[in-house]
Design a binder for this molecule. Structure first.
Ligand code: ZN
Length: 133
């Protein structure tokens, strides 16, 4: 794995949180994007070499809605950039980690992504991501 690409934070209201984090970081999000397939509305703040991703559910069945219902707002996942997501998924599966999706899928910010089940990673939801060509 190359670096922490971003940290995902689940929020109830992305407009309010954009304002809050813009104040905190003294910068505006560089992009906002709805990922319909995941039921999320996202925004990204550049933090040097890494990013902060805010996520708001766009429907009650979204994983973000369920997360907030269970645990409240807060850190939702840590995303690591990988060179070859297919190779890394194969390696981690062979190591006994549970992949939530068996094929890389299209994520926000022009990425291919795969999530590891948090029950195998000390409760931390981990995202692997690779820039799409
Ligand atoms: Zn993410």
């Amino acid at each position: 794995m190359l670096k922490i690409e971003h940290i995902g934070i689940a929020v109830k209201n992305i407009e309010e949180s954009n304002n809050l984090f813009a104040k905190l970081f003294a910068c505006q999000p560089y992009k906002t994007e709805v990922v319909e397939s995941e039921g999320v509305s996202t925004s990204f703040f550049q933090m040097g070499d890494s990013k902060i991703e805010l996520l708001e559910a766009t429907n009650p069945d979204s994983a973000i809605a369920k997360f907030i219902e269970k645990r409240g707002e807060g850190i939702h996942h840590i995303a690591f950039e990988v060179e070859d997501i297919y190779a890394e998924m194969k390696r981690l599966e062979a190591e006994g980690f549970q992949l939530i999706n068996k094929e890389p899928k299209a994520g926000a910010d022009n990425k291919l992504v795969c999530f590891l089940h948090p029950k195998g990673t000390n409760g931390v939801l981990i995202e692997l991501c690779q820039e799409r060509e």
